[in-house]
Ligand binder design. Structure first.
Ligand SMILES: C=C(O[C@@H]1C=C(C(=O)O)C=C[C@H]1O)C(=O)O
Length: 187
């Protein structure tokens, strides 16, 4: 009977000062870029950017999400999982969550976004303050089946507006790194 292999399904999110060794400079640039990823991918794809919702609904949030949002374990929150695409290719898998309790008292309608970018809401409303970006190697079990690979870089940050915090995690898929290396951006 083969031994069952422990598959980590937890992320140790680290800020840049705790990262050793540092990722390659190009990866570091994308991981810690504080601007809108939507805007950067729109530029990289020459306006060939799109968002594909994969899952949206109320769910108990994960332990790391509850900790980041200062919520009791297994708190119910709105979960939005999407692909961010360039020319139809899935470049980023993103999972954004917010506590039901906070959303019910706020005017942010994550459930009405559809294929519009959440970034349009978070970066256009100056009232949202982005907190520090943290990174980890994303557990493969948390990825869509088609993308389950070990060691993909992911980042997350909290966007705060009053009592509402939206936690956004973005996993950079191999096809994005391919596009980045091929783009003129490196010149
Ligand atoms: C926070 C942003 O919004 C992006 C849009 C998302 C969505 O539509 O679900 C998810 C992750 C983000 O990369 C951004 O553009 O930087």
């Amino acid at each position: 009977m083969p031994h069952s292999i422990a598959v980590p399904d937890a992320c140790q999110w680290l800020n840049q000062s705790l990262l050793h060794p540092l990722p390659a400079p190009l990866a570091l640039d994308w991981l810690f870029d504080e601007g809108s990823l939507t805007r950067r991918l729109t530029h990289l794809s020459n306006d060939g950017f799109s968002v594909t919702p994969l899952f949206e609904g109320w769910q108990p949030l994960r332990d790391d999400e509850c900790a980041a949002l200062d919520l009791p374990a297994a708190s119910i929150g709105w979960v939005r999982e999407v692909y961010l695409r360039g020319h139809g290719q899935a470049w980023v898998f993103a999972r954004s969550v917010a506590a039901r309790s906070a959303l019910q008292g706020d005017g942010l309608h994550m459930d009405e976004l559809g294929s519009r970018s959440l970034g349009e809401l978070l970066f256009c409303d100056q009232a949202f303050a982005r907190q520090a970006i943290e990174v980890c190697h994303y557990p493969r079990a948390w990825l869509p089946t088609a993308d389950q690979t070990n060691g993909l870089w992911a980042r997350r940050s909290r966007f705060d507006r009053g009592a509402l915090s939206v936690l956004v995690a973005e996993v950079f898929l191999p096809s994005l790194w391919q596009a980045v290396h091929e783009s003129a951006e490196n010149c």
